[in-house]
Design a protein around this ligand. Structure first.
Ligand code: FE
Length: 346
């Protein structure tokens, strides 16, 4: 990990020079935008099972995509892992993935959690899921919490709503799903009303929204489930205090179901180690990796038959998930970007 960080610091040119000698043939080179420490174990398990060494670069999604674009043909990357439909679809539409196909992947990964089918296969496969839920300050709204994404526009939540920036993929994908379900003009009106209900301008990440909901600075906010699960499982007294002061709901249980997104990955267009790359994708769809994703980062397995043992996820679930294909959500990204601009949801 220290080596990787060092490589990131010294930059792309030097990396390429080192890369040719350090990144051996029996290896798979992974570019990952996942930012979770627990993934170390995942890669170690893959190497243990297959003997294939994992070299990885972890960086923010945009930095990874930019790197892939500029490396082009010379990219050492074999696998690209991204978080959220917004980013996966963007990488796919830019042609950064090579289409891939496999009986194992098709059997394990539900159709709605893959990219749309191209003639030679799929650009990306979803490996784990997370849901976008509503949290609220119990003291302020415990007796009548919101019930749906639509309800965030209700006048009773005036000066109560907090979100992270709507330019963030987590927000864009949620808004894209609303556009798909309710149409653009209804979603725009909704977005404007949500903005009018802000307690403060968008700032921070999901965990910041949860914490501000606990203090009461925010009354109602949105978060991905794993951020809440992380606080629920934290041994820190201050985190437990946050969890005590907030409640959460599964939005849209009487409607389309709660918005769900994925972590996914695929083989990079110019991958040199294609076979190792496919073995890695298939490993990600296996029971062991699926369980590790659930335990390590509090996500649900994409493979429905996999049994998990995660006290926080058990305590939170079960819920009705939105059945919208993830690729459909991805395809509505530019509409979502336009819409949040029009609504002033920065
Ligand atoms: Fe995240």
């Amino acid at each position: 990990m220290i080596r990787i960080k060092f490589l990131l610091l010294i930059g792309f040119t030097t990396l390429m020079a080192i890369g040719t000698s350090a990144w051996s043939a029996n290896a798979v080179n992974i570019y990952s935008a996942r930012h979770y420490q627990s993934d170390d174990k995942l890669y170690a398990a893959f190497t243990k099972n297959t003997g294939i060494q994992v070299n990885r670069i972890e960086a923010a999604d945009e930095a990874l995509l930019e790197r892939l674009r500029s490396e082009g043909n010379n990219s050492p990357a074999d696998v690209l892992i991204l978080v959220d439909a917004a980013r996966l679809s963007r990488a796919a539409s830019e042609g950064l993935f090579a289409p891939s196909d496999s009986d194992i992947l098709r059997q394990r990964i539900p159709e709605r959690m893959r990219s749309s089918k191209e003639s030679q296969g799929y650009a990306w496969w979803g490996f784990s899921t997370r849901a976008r839920i509503i949290v609220f300050n119990k003291q302020r709204f415990g007796d009548k919490p919101p019930s749906s994404y639509a309800s965030l526009a209700d006048a009773r939540f005036k000066a109560a709503i907090c979100t992270r920036s709507a330019a963030h993929p987590y927000m864009l994908s949620l808004i894209a799903s609303q556009i798909e379900h309710r149409g653009e003009s209804a979603t725009l009106n909704w977005a404007k009303a949500v903005v009018a209900n802000f307690a403060r301008p968008p700032r921070g990440g999901d965990t910041d929204q949860i914490r501000a909901s606990a203090t009461g600075e925010c009354g109602v906010s949105l978060t991905n489930t794993y951020y809440l699960a992380r606080l629920m499982r934290s041994a820190k007294a201050e985190d437990q205090d946050v969890v005590r002061k907030i409640g959460f709901i599964w939005p849209d249980q009487d409607g389309h179901g709660t918005h769900v997104n994925v972590t996914g990955g695929g083989i990079v267009k110019h991958a040199k180690n294609r076979e190792s790359a496919m073995r890695f994708l298939e490993f990600m769809a296996g029971d062991e990796a699926q369980q590790m994703l659930a335990d390590g980062n509090n996500e649900w397995p994409a493979v429905s038959s996999v049994k998990i043992n995660n006290p926080a996820l058990d305590a939170m679930g079960p819920f009705k998930a939105d059945k919208l294909p993830i690729a459909t959500i991805g395809a509505k990204q530019s509409a979502a970007v336009r819409l949040v601009d029009q609504a002033g949801w920065r």
